[in-house]
Design a protein around this ligand. Sequence first.
Ligand SMILES: [Zn+2]
Length: 163
Amino acid sequence: MSEEGQAGQGGGCLFCKIASGEIPGKKVYEDANVFAFLDINPRNPGHTLVIPKKHATTIMDMGEKDVGKLFESVRYVAEAVQKGTKAEGLSIVQSNGKAAGQVVTHVHVHIIPRYLSEGPVSLEGVLGVKKMPEETIDQIASTITQNLGAAQSPQKGKDEFDF
Ligand SMILES: [Zn+2]
């Protein structure tokens, strides 16, 4: 999924241009690694996007330390969004790939203020719960664990996973 053509100085990437200031964004936070700004199509007032300054299409294209820094900043900004908007809840959404609904191909994390009055929309509400036989569930778990080797595990060298 990596799109090297968009890496580096921004290329044609909208979010790289916002992070660099080439295109103005309503900035709410910035540090060495991330840039946070208000979504131009807010689902609620205070709907904020947190992006890594270094271009990556999905979180799988990022190093684990960079993902860690991104989500540390998400937590930091989320607290300010919650306090600033007096939100009763926050939806934190991060989509990877077109099938997941990703539109801009630069990693971004949505922080969306939520209120009890609007009727919570949960992940279950969007996709519905799928019932599966035990053997299918075992098979799916196995195909995932067999692919863990390809990932850079923070647990490497520590205790084995115990499923
Ligand atoms: Zn970008």
